[in-house]
Design a protein around this ligand. Structure first.
Ligand SMILES: Cc1cc2nc3c(=O)[nH]c(=O)nc-3n(C[C@H](O)[C@H](O)[C@H](O)COP(=O)(O)O)c2cc1C
Length: 270
């Protein structure tokens, strides 16, 4: 499975096969976590906790009945006062999620429905880094489960906003053309997971530069933005559109949106 297929196939899994993951799989997940990087800075950290590890051999975290059978979780920590740290944590963790999907594992981000006290590996986080999200990972069970259907219906998880509501060219009332080179990476951003499926990401393309905005602030908006930006950069890389994220001093910003960052294609000078 390549990156594009993984992003298109991924959906949140809430019902897992309760057998522990093989050591080899845990080793791979740890490798993905250690490789994960972010260009956005801030204080953030990831950790892996599973049944039988050194933190708590009887690890059995509470998720208010939302997740069934998962024995392995990533812990996502970041400085709650810093939006760059939230962008970074979302960006880095989503890289692991996409790689886990390529290994045919299921995942589910949790921002609300988990009991922090069970995730003891977070005690090793640095100062100012707080456990704010976790991601369940494992083999999906054969049946997706009632709770999963309920959560998916409540969040409208199968749907995404149309491209015409999210991505624009030159100005926020001009639709992004079907042939535009950024369309593919932006489509992959569109399929990213977000809290309550809120899809806060918006983008305006200016030739070789793409400006990104959030249509929502607070709570998990910047984690969601980090997740979407990782899908975008994986898609851009896949399409041979190499470049880097850089925040500009100021860009024209539509009412109700907040400017987050820009992606500059290599060799392009603003
Ligand atoms: C930051 C974040 C937090 C989330 N928190 C929860 C949660 O607390 N409980 C839950 O059941 N799903 C949670 N989700 C999953 C979303 O509801 C899901 O990603 C969205 O509805 C889109 O569905 P999909 O992931 O199947 O594409 C969260 C997702 C993200 C990205």
């Amino acid at each position: 499975m390549n990156v594009k297929e993984a992003i298109e196939k991924r959906k949140s899994v809430r019902n897992y096969d309760s057998r522990p993951l093989p050591d080899e799989t845990i080793g791979k997940l740890r490798e993905f976590m250690e490789e994960a990087e972010s260009p956005f800075g801030g204080k953030w950290q990831l950790a892996l906790q599973y049944e039988g590890d050194e933190f708590d051999p009887s690890f059995s975290p509470g998720t208010y009945g939302v997740i069934h059978g998962a024995k392995t979780y990533f812990l996502v920590g970041h400085d709650p006062e810093d939006i760059n740290a939230a962008l970074s944590a979302g960006y880095a963790m989503e890289d692991v999620v996409v790689k886990a999907t390529m290994m045919k594992l299921g995942t589910c981000w949790l921002g609300g429905t988990f009991r922090k006290s069970a995730f003891t590996a977070a005690e090793n986080f640095e100062e100012d880094v707080k456990l704010l999200e976790v991601v369940a990972v494992g083999q999906a069970a054969k049946r997706s489960g009632m709770m999963n259907s309920l959560m998916r219906t409540m969040a409208g998880s199968s749907r995404r906003k149309p491209v015409e509501e999210l991505f624009f060219e030159t100005q926020p009332c001009r639709y992004l053309g079907v042939g535009n080179r950024w369309r593919r990476p932006l489509e992959l951003m569109r399929w990213a997971p977000s809290s309550n499926n809120s899809q806060p990401w918006r983008a305006i393309v200016h030739g070789d530069r793409v400006d990104f905005f959030t249509a929502r602030e607070g709570d998990m908006a910047y984690i969601d933005m980090g997740i979407g930006l990782r899908h975008f950069s994986l898609g851009a890389n896949d399409a041979g559109l190499h470049g880097e994220f850089r925040k500009m001093e100021s860009v024209p910003t539509p009412d109700d949106w907040v400017y987050v960052t820009s992606f500059f294609r290599d060799g392009y000078d603003d």
